[in-house]
Design a protein around this ligand. Sequence first.
Ligand code: PHE
Length: 358
Amino acid sequence: MAELETLEKELISSIKEAADLKSLEEIRVGAVGKKGSIPALMSGLGKMPPEERKSFGQSVNKVKQAVTTELESRKAELERIALNERLETEREDVTLPMRQSPALTGRIHPISQVWEEITEIFADLGFSMAEGPHIETDENNFTKLNIPAEHPARQEHDTFYFNEKEDGTRRVLRTHTSTVQVRVMENEKPPLRIIAPGRVYRCDSDQTHTPMFHQVEGLVIDKDTHMGHLKWVLEEFCKTFFEVDDVTMRFRASHFPFTEPSAEVDIGYSKKGDEMIIGGEEKWLEILGCGMVHPNVLHNVGLDPEEYQGFAFGIGIDRLAMLKYGMSDLRAFFAGDSRWLKHYGFSPLHVPTIAGGL
Ligand code: PHE
C-alpha cells in the first residue's frame, strides 16, 4: 500500500513538472498505457488472496483516477501555454499599410471606357453588336459601298493597301467601319438594327488624326425608316453620352458615296486653357458622318431598294473621348505613357451603366 502511495506521489509530481506536451505524453504512456506501471499492478491482482484483491483493486483504481485527472489538467494547461506562445510569435501588425490591389492601381484606357459607354447606350436603344475583320477586301471597303475603282473618294481615304495578289485583287486595312454594314446586310435579313465598334486605319497624323483610330458604325434597315429616325437616334445618343441636355449639335449637308442624302454632325464646344467644354457655338468638332443608305448599296448587297430603306452613321470614338474627357491631343492616346493613363484612365471598378451613370 505504501508503494502505491509513493507511486501516486511520484507520478503526480512528474506530471506537474512535465515541461511540454511531448514529455507529458511519455509520462502518460509510462503510467496508464498498456504496458504502464498501473496496468502492471492490475495484472498482479489475480495472484492475490480474494479478500486483499478487492481493496487493493479499489486502491489502484483510485490512483489511476487521480493520475488521469492530473494528466488531463496538465494537458489543458500545457495546451494553453503553447497557444499563447503561438499567438505571441505569429502576431500581425494590423496597423501596417496594405499593398494596393491591382484594382486600385490599374487603369482602363479612355477609349475602352468610351467604347463601353457607347455600346451601353445603343444596347439600351435596342441595337445589337456586329463585327468585321480589320483586313478587308477592296470590295467591302469600297466597291460595294458605291465607291467604284477610280472614284475620287478612294484618294480621300488615305488607304493602307496590301500588295496585289496574282489574281489582281488587293486587300486593305479597313478605312472605316462601314465595311461591317456590307457584311451584315449580306448575311442577315431586315429589319436590321446594329452597331459595330472597331479599329480603322488611315495614313494620316496630326493633333486630331492618328493612323489607327476607332469608329462605331450604326445601321438601321427596315421598310419605312427615315431621316427623322436617324436624327432622333443621334440626338438621344449625344444627350445620354455627354450627360447634358443642352448639347449643341450641327447637322451639315455633306457627301458620302454610300449615303444619300448625307450629313456630317458637329458638336459645339469652347476651350478653357487646354480643356474642352461641351456646349455653346464657339467652336465645332466633327464627330460623325451619316445619311440614308444609298439605293446602289442596297442593291449591291442583294436588298431591294424598292422594299427596304434605312440609315447609317459612323462615329469617331476617339473624338468623343477627347470631347467628353477634355483631352486635346489625340496622339497622346496611343503614346503608351503610363503617367498619361494614370491621369486620364478609369478605375476598373467603374463600369459604365446608364442607370449607375456613364
Ligand atoms: N464611313 C464614313 C467615314 O468614315 C462615315 C459614315 C458612315 C458616313 C456611315 C455615312 C454613313 O467617314
